[in-house]
Design a protein around this ligand. Structure first.
Ligand code: PLP
Length: 379
């Protein structure tokens, strides 16, 4: 019998989580309530204290409202890596500001302080580092530079729940750190996200609570007032109950991801096709994804063909991501010239995402690597 199809990612839920979801549904309170408060507290403890965590309906909304809290708007610029998911740049446009792209490192796929410094103008109001695939950006120099110029960071930590930078959990320090709990991420609430921010910023916390829910401010007598035409980003208790179950497994999930990534390195480190392996990082890497660069131009076939050859072996291969500046929306606004972001553009042409999720075993990695050998053929 043929092996079952191996997708590039798949969430894992235990029985206790499934039962907890049913209990929550039966409880009569299904939208934001006690389970949301419980998950916020659990995430605050997980990050190690000293932080407020606010759950959101998705990271995209969390990132957008984080920019609004910083009063980023028309005329302002936000520095964003050219290699990330579109949400990182879209939210900048949605608050009326301009994303200023910077190139990334070819192996870490993260932005660098040199590029950020070169892109800074007197309109720069924020920088959005993306911890690509769960590998933390080198934050200490970036924060000390940003402090020196009075610029805040909105960290896109969509890939980085459970990641650690120099021993500290991503989200346990820093300005506004946004996580995603989308179904593909390292832990999930199906759809969902969160912002971690410092406790000594009560004005940011209060504003985010209003931005998350209709601009509503509760009065002490139980009545309420509306202060701005805000959107709606609250998470449901049903989703939060999924997240509570996921969080208990997060470190174990990430450990499994790390050992699968190690196996990919073992099998792919010396290869005859000149494959570009990702940066290895250290034990703080959350291994949200294992991405590989394949030099399709010299191989004589394209990524679509590679993906269909892999599919014929029962293996799903993802693509994260096309470089952003060449995409229609940004190309015009940012007057993109081909070759302007050489690393991001090359990654965008060459990248493939190999299967990596906690329910996989080492034998699945071996199966993927064997299939890559057959799909690429002799060099
Ligand atoms: C998934 C993702 C987002 C958006 O997360 P949602 O929770 O789906 O809104 C933002 N940035 C990056 C880098 C992502 O991968």
């Amino acid at each position: 019998m043929a092996d079952p199809f191996l997708p590039f990612t798949r969430p894992t839920f235990d029985e206790a989580t499934l039962e907890g979801v049913i209990d929550t549904l039966r409880s009569g309170w299904v939208t934001s309530g006690p389970r949301v408060i419980e998950l916020e507290g659990a995430l605050e403890r997980y990050l190690g204290g000293g932080r407020r965590v606010l759950l959101f309906g998705h990271a995209t909304g969390a990132l957008e409202e984080a920019l609004r809290v910083l009063e980023v708007g028309p005329g302002d610029e936000v520095i964003v890596p050219a290699m990330t998911f579109a949400a990182s740049a879209n939210v900048v446009l949605r608050v009326g500001a301009t994303p200023v792209f910077v190139d990334v490192d070819l192996t870490t796929r993260n932005l660098t302080l040199d590029a950020v410094e070169a892109a800074r103008t007197d309109r720069t109001r924020a920088v959005m580092p993306v911890h690509f695939a769960g590998l933390p950006v080198d934050l200490d120099p970036l924060y000390s530079w940003a402090r020196g110029c009075g610029i805040c960071l909105v960290e896109d930590a969509a890939h980085a729940i459970g990641a650690r930078y120099r021993g500290r959990a991503i989200g346990s320090f820093g300005d506004l750190v946004c996580f995603s709990f989308h179904a593909n991420k390292n832990m999930t609430t199906i759809e969902g996200g969160a912002i971690s921010l410092p406790l000594d910023r009560p004005e940011w916390i209060a504003r985010l609570e209003r931005l998350r829910f209709h601009g509503l401010r509760k009065n002490t007598d139980g009545s309420y007032d509306i202060e701005e035409a805000a959107g709606k980003h609250n998470l449901s208790d049903v989703a939060a109950r999924v997240g509570l179950g996921q969080l208990t497994h997060l470190d174990a999930f990430n450990q499994l991801r790390r050992s699968l990534a190690e196996r990919y390195f073992e099998r792919l480190e010396s290869n005859p096709w000149d494959l570009g392996l990702p940066a290895r990082g250290d034990s703080g890497h959350a291994w949200h994804m294992f991405t590989l660069r394949i030099p399709f131009e010299s191989l004589g076939f394209d990524r679509t063909e590679f993906q269909s050859r892999m599919r014929a072996h029962g293996i799903g291969v993802g693509m994260h991501y096309p470089a952003l500046p060449p995409l229609t929306l940004y190309r015009k606004r940012c007057r993109w010239q081909p070759g302007q972001f050489p690393n991001a553009e090359r990654i965008g042409r060459e990248t493939v995402t190999l299967p990596l999720f906690p329910a996989m075993g080492v034998s699945d990695v071996d199966r993927v690597v064997d299939a890559i050998g057959q799909a690429l053929g002799s060099p």
